[in-house]
Design a binder for this molecule. Structure first.
Ligand SMILES: [Zn+2]
Length: 308
């Protein structure tokens, strides 16, 4: 099961209480379908629950019997595709009258009179999402979209999403002749999923986001520590090389007295931290004191003449 189909299944469990909302959801399911005209009213989905939901709402809210057919699609990994059609001129006429469309419109638009109350907006948007929406697996991206068949319909949907009381900042783009209305960002997608009735999906998205953040911060920390370790190791290597060079040319005895003991100590303890080296010196020396002296040893080695 994908995240999107889980979300849709969850939304389908919500049967709106108010009859105004039942009708609004049915309207969303039909309006964004494959066709919404005098000769054909048809919705196609891969989601069985969405197909059932439409059939139920059509019967309950407007008294229309939908015809549901399923076809096993071999092209799409043996997924079932459901085609829900409203057969019969008289039934389609009932839809036309119920939703106030003339069915000879050049531009299919959302008729706001079909969302009479504030409560109906979420039901209508849920219907639209069940019909033409999808949401990306939050492990990959925070993206939710509706694919609308007409530009003006997509624009109306953007407007509705803008005024539904959430800060969604919907975008609109064109893809293969369809109009894609999209929402981006973990919080916006979470808010909209919850608004559409998919609380569990919204919660899952938040949890995935949290896990990702924890994982990223652990990775950042690990990278930081590795980088520091590298720095320590390469500094120690530099010091060891310098000491080796002094040993081979002048001998450690040529170093100023206060550096001799430290050079010997470093030679014997290549892995020791500066703090640890400082603690075994007599008298003990601070970390920065050790660092300073080691730097002087490196400087001393660098100004030695080349061996060749
Ligand atoms: Zn309502």
């Amino acid at each position: 099961m994908s995240f999107a189909s889980d979300a849709k299944n969850e939304m389908c469990k919500v049967m709106p209480q108010n009859s105004c909302c039942q009708k609004a959801e049915c309207y969303g399911l039909l309006l964004f379908g494959r066709s919404f005209s005098k000769s054909s009213v048809c919705m196609v989905t891969e989601n069985a629950a969405a197909a059932r939901c439409l059939a139920l709402l059509a019967a309950q809210s407007i008294g229309v019997i939908a015809d549901v057919r399923s076809v096993l699609s071999h092209r799409k990994e043996n997924k079932n595709t459901f085609t829900i059609t409203i057969e019969g001129d008289n039934q389609r006429q009932m839809i036309q009258e119920q939703f106030g469309h003339t069915f000879d419109e050049l531009n299919l638009r959302i008729r706001r009179s079909n969302l009479p109350n504030e409560c109906c907006v979420s039901a209508f948007l849920r219907g639209a999402f069940l019909c033409c929406g999808s949401v990306t697996d939050p492990n990959k991206d925070y993206h939710l979209e509706f694919v609308a068949p007409y530009h003006n319909l997509a624009k109306d949907l953007v407007t509705l999403l803008e005024v539904c009381g959430l800060d969604l900042q919907p975008g609109l783009t064109n893809r293969k002749g369809s109009f894609v209305v999209y929402i981006k960002g973990s919080e916006r997608v979470t808010d909209l999923l919850a608004f559409l009735g998919a609380q569990a999906a919204a919660m899952e998205l938040m949890q995935i986001k949290m896990l990702k953040e924890v994982r990223n911060s652990v990775n950042r920390k690990t990278n930081f520590e590795t980088a520091n370790l590298d720095k320590t190791a390469s500094a120690a290597a530099k010091q060891l090389l310098a000491i080796q060079r002094i040993v081979e040319t002048t001998g450690l005895g040529e170093l100023p007295e206060e550096l001799q003991e430290l050079a010997e100590l470093r030679r014997q303890n290549p892995d020791m931290s500066l703090r640890e080296l400082g603690q075994i010196l007599e008298p003990p020396l601070s970390r920065s004191g050790v660092n300073h002296r080691l730097q002087r040893i490196v400087d001393f080695a660098e100004q030695l003449p080349d061996r060749s």
